[in-house]
Ligand binder design. Sequence first.
Ligand SMILES: Nc1ncnc2c1ncn2[C@@H]1O[C@H](COP(=O)(O)OP(=O)(O)OP(=O)(O)O)[C@@H](O)[C@H]1O
Length: 533
Amino acid sequence: MSRTYSRRTRLGFGLATGVAAQLAAVGLLLASAWLIVRAAEQPPVLYLMVAIVSVRFFGISRSVLRYVERLATHDVALADAVEQRVATYTDLDRVAPAGLGDLRRGDLVSRVVADVARLQDRLLRLRIPWWVGLAATAVVVGVVAAIDLRSGLVIAVGVAVCALALGRAVALVGASRSGRSEAQGRLSAEVAASAVAARELVAFGAADRARETAASATRDAQSAQSGGASVAGLGSAVVLAVAGLTVAVLAAWSGGVDPVLVGVVLLAPIALIEPWDGWSEAERLRPEVTAAAARLAALGDLPQPVTDPGSPRTLPTSSVLVVDEVTVGWDGPVTRPVSFKVDEGGTIAVTGPSGVGKSTLAYALLRLLPAWHGAITLGGVGTSELTAADVRSRIGYLGQDDAVFDTSIRENLRIADPDADEQRLRAALDAAGLLTAVDAMPQGLDTPVGEHGGRLSGGERQRLCLARLLLADHRVLVLDEPTEHLDAPTAAALMDDVLALAGPGGRSLVVISHSPAVLSRFDDVVRLSRVDP
Ligand SMILES: Nc1ncnc2c1ncn2[C@@H]1O[C@H](COP(=O)(O)OP(=O)(O)OP(=O)(O)O)[C@@H](O)[C@H]1O
């Protein structure tokens, strides 16, 4: 349906066609009932024509209306899901990477994919069946009441009993069913972790343990799922029992009803089984949908590690970086206060024992984490007075294991600048010392790099990440262990290319490293030390 109609209008249209489809189904059954009873009296066929045409009309219109209803309501639900997915990404973007706490990758994927899909059910399989079912049921009760008031009241009582019994039965049996989302999330996390670490798990003979953990997560997910199936079974049983009971009561009390209409009255509760089944399915899904909504809301509630100031200052033109008596850490300061200055085009190395907080300092420079004490200024303005986006447009970071995507070299580079033309891509590769190697590859820039860049050597992978960083055009580069995992000649060659980026008119460099060979290339080396425990 055209997007020019508002979502509310499209939903209203979907609901109206849903109710009409449901009434067509009811009409089909009731018209058939009347037709069968009336035909038994063998009247002239003309008397039956209206009912015969009605049966055909309801039969055809039911399918057409159901189809239109699905189109309209799914259109709205899919638009909602897109918005929800964007909102979830925005929440992740707001807190990642420092604010994700203990959330595991697989679990995050499960939230973004499965929980958002579950939320789609809130409209399609939870709310709409209730609204459509209630409207259709009200019409049926009205029609039967018009034929025989007492029978109408009996069906109305049946509806109330069915709705209450469904809610009660599902709540009793399904109290533990909300665990399905968690179980799915844990299963996704286990599978993702095992897939990423498959080589190490096999090498250390830990594959069986990983398999057992995954099997236990699978059992939990299955048990949650089979619990859902038993709830569905119970729901259907409740619906059938209430419908049957209502028919029995109607049969016992239908003495005063016109004999031709007895079939219509008696079959009315049977015609309501379909919408009531929709309620039963809705109640089965309710705990899962509620849990999925809670999990997504929990992402939105994650505290933001750094917040932008209310009135941020303008990003200064100067890129002189000053770190003044700064201490960093995650749960409290782990480093002693550190101070240094990097002029435009200047270089500095940061070193210190493992775990002292070197990478954490890099996070603070990029405003991914706040510093506990001291001040970090860029061009004389405190970075806490700037927006994080402004700081990150000026300061770029190359981590120890930056993500390389399973696509071509060109597309990996374009993540930094989707509009970069061939010339800029080649210039960045040249500056990172990778152009000659790429030109020697048969597919050049279109060479696929494989999962995690597995088809590149360690040095090539690191240079690709460096080239990507250079494309983003930051004036200050923070390089965290850029030569990690590289042999001495490759590391030295990479450092030559890195240092060539600095100098007058060039970029400022903060290089974090343990390596004496790397440190020996710098005049200024800052040593971090741990606060006393
Ligand atoms: N995501 C995190 N959440 C909580 N604590 C963290 C996190 N990452 C690191 N830490 C802790 O912060 C401290 C500093 O870690 P950091 O990675 O900055 O050290 P580092 O000096 O870079 O170490 P290395 O040289 O081994 O890379 C360590 O005690 C570490 O356990």
